[in-house]
Design a protein around this ligand. Sequence first.
Ligand code: MG
Length: 161
Amino acid sequence: MSGVPFRIGQGIDVHRFGPGDHVVLCGVHIPHEQGIIAHSDGDVALHALADAMLGALALGDIGQHFPDQDERWRGADSRMLLRHVWSMVESRGWKVGNADLTILAEYPRISPWLEPMKQNLAQDLQISTEEVSVKATTTEHLGFVGRREGIAVWASVLLYR
Ligand code: MG
């Protein structure tokens, strides 16, 4: 590994809407007329962020570390998954500098929930809420997000030592 004391990572995740009455984003349960189809709780935001952290250290992806076939992760709280990835980062001598997430969703409305999302992330990554950014946008009715078929999240993270 080079001596550069910074590592940058990015992650993307997409999940499809299905039957249900809420979605979970950054650990926040948001009442909704649909749910998310997933093996775990379907927290697409935390999956993107966990992938960004793994990517920063070239440790593969969450599909490798938390396989869909693994019964331990059925319906799992994705905050457990994120904290597990955080501990992998920490044990290698790295800390999270900041994280920036963009949620692409035509609905439900995300903005009322951004603050509790940031608080959950700050808690799980052991940083302050000033080092966490969660943003949301629609896609102007374009593409699968615009057709209300699902939610996509882009995440970037900076690690330092
Ligand atoms: Mg996922």
